[in-house]
Design a protein around this ligand. Structure first.
Ligand code: SAH
Ligand code: SF4
Ligand code: F3S
Length: 467
């Protein structure tokens, strides 16, 4: 299944630079842009690259999408509702386009990378002017120029998804926290998941490129980096460099960045080396997102997760014995095809046993083309809702208990901003990735400061600045 990684050569990128210049000086180009982003951090970071390219072409962000000259929808298709939301918003914009025909509507991201969806959009959404997939995002300037010059729609979704592109301009959302993608794609083919089909095979960036990017961010005063990959634990396995994720992480922490996080870790290959690095490196935040999906061995097997409940719990034990204060979070799916009440209860009991700080909970959503979509025993929606409610209730209780127990502790908070309601109320995240609110002044924004926890809400902590 190993596919040649196509590293996009510098010349190809130089060509796109030239297209960017041509768009910039084109009299008919859009002047303002708006990007609507759905889905995970990968998509959020792709949107930062899209914004970087649009700005390089001379465009400015519009305050609202109804006022923009070009609106790009960077879509997600992980579950049916993600897709419906995106399609709903694209359709809604059609009405605005009736009043402002010059408005360009673009669609990109994972949803459009599905072949059938691309065909459907082409036919049923004639008002879409521009569409491109996840693997050829870097060619957006070329497609945009073509659309402007020919005054025609340009739909380019090809299967060129196994690429790695270095050196795209990036317009980052925040100057306090930044994303760095360490690897693209996924090889795991969990039976329910569409990601391997729309993001292609695993491709690791070169360690030197990643470290250089981190050094640049550190020099620019960024305080926290999040390293991104669908399964960071398999970083490097596809490349000629034999460097493990733990070693890469170590190198990134040596760049002067005060805090480093990463996601996502697949439990099947969470190594002792990584646990050891986390335990001994104070720059790495004491938090791990470790999606378990289910507590039942039979369901895990059907999901093709390739670990057992026992293996997962033994990893949790290893993490907690190395780092008693680590915060664990997870993803959970209920109502996978064939899931019985007893199997669901095994998920509930696992949640009680691990005691996660928080969890993302999902009702299984069949994705066309995946193995699970063809499995017998699809669960009745009412049973699914009842299960997810029970799961959410259990997790909310546990979160409440964990947060209340933190009273009196001192946590290190990266201050991200002031509260919308009061300028003296600051808000930020602890190392364990928990929201903390406390009084302070705006000059603290962008600093990591110790805060003593005084109380807890349902999913936030309250505290006082330690002097
Ligand atoms: N690579 C990450 C997950 C990315 S998708 C990992 O393996 O942990 C984020 C989460 O969406 C998954 O962890 C899973 O819980 C959920 N998810 C993925 N496909 C889904 C589907 N078809 N229905 C419901 N939830 C799904
Ligand atoms: Fe999807 Fe599994 Fe890959 Fe995560 S590891 S992206 S859940 S296939
Ligand atoms: Fe969605 Fe694509 Fe991310 S399907 S969750 S945006 S990788």
């Amino acid at each position: 299944m190993r596919e040649e990684i196509k590293r996009i050569p510098e010349e190809a990128l130089a060509k796109q630079q030239e297209y960017m210049r041509l768009v910039r000086f084109h009299p008919d180009r859009p002047k303002t842009y708006y990007i609507v982003t759905y889905g995970c951090q990968m998509n959020a970071h792709d949107s930062e690259k899209l914004a970087g390219m649009l700005e390089e072409m001379g465009m400015e962000p519009a305050g609202e999408r109804t006022q923009a000259d070009i609106v790009l929808h960077n879509t997600c298709c992980i579950r049916d509702n993600a897709e419906r939301k995106a399609l709903g918003n694209v359709t809604w914009l059609k009405e605005i386009k009736k009043e402002r025909p010059e408005l360009m509507i673009g669609v990109c991201g994972c949803m459009i990378q599905q072949e059938e969806m691309a065909k459907k959009l082409l036919k049923q959404y004639p008002f879409i002017d521009l569409a491109f997939g996840t693997g050829n995002l870097y060619r957006m300037p070329e497609y945009l120029l073509e659309a402007i010059e020919n005054k025609s729609r340009v739909i380019r979704v090809d299967q060129e998804s196994s690429t790695v592109v270095e050196g795209l301009p990036v317009h980052r959302e925040s100057d306090i926290k930044a994303y760095i993608t360490v690897m693209y794609g996924c090889n795991n083919f969990c039976s329910y998941c569409i990601v391997p089909y729309v993001r292609g095979r695993e491709r690791s960036r070169r360690a030197d490129d990643i470290v250089r990017e981190a050094e640049g961010l550190a020099a620019a005063g960024v305080k926290e980096i999040m390293l991104l990959g669908q399964n960071v634990n398999s970083y490097g396995l596809d490349s000629e460099e034999s460097i493990s994720f733990a070693k890469l992480l170590h190198r990134v922490t040596q760049t002067g960045i005060p805090r480093v996080r990463f996601m996502t870790s697949h439990p099947k290959d969470l190594s002792d080396e990584l646990i050891d690095e986390m335990a001994h490196n104070p720059v790495i935040a004491p938090h791990l997102h470790l999606p378990v999906q289910s507590g039942s061995d039979r369901i895990l097997h059907e999901m093709n997760r390739r670990y057992t409940r026992e293996h997962y719990l033994s990893r949790v034990k290893a993490l907690r014995s190395a780092m008693p204060n680590i915060g664990l979070t997870t993803d959970l799916i209920v109502a996978f095809p064939g899931e019985t009440e007893e199997e669901f209860e095994e998920t509930l009991s696992l949640v009680e046993e691990v005691r996660y700080d928080s969890a993302y909970t999902f009702i299984y959503s069949p994705r066309k083309g995946t193995r699970a979509a063809e499995m017998p025993g699809q669960i009745d929606p009412q049973v699914a809702s009842e299960r997810i409610e029970r799961l959410i209730a259990a997790q909310e209780r546990i979160t409440g208990e964990i947060l209340s127990d933190m009273a009196g502790q001192t946590v290190q908070v990266l201050v991200e901003g002031t509260s919308r309601r009061r300028a003296t109320q600051l808000t930020g995240k602890s190392g364990r990735n928990i929201n903390v609110n406390f009084n302070g002044d705006a000059s603290d924004v962008g600093k990591i400061i110790p805060v003593r926890v005084t109380g807890a809400g349902s999913n936030t902590l309250r505290g006082e600045k330690e002097i």
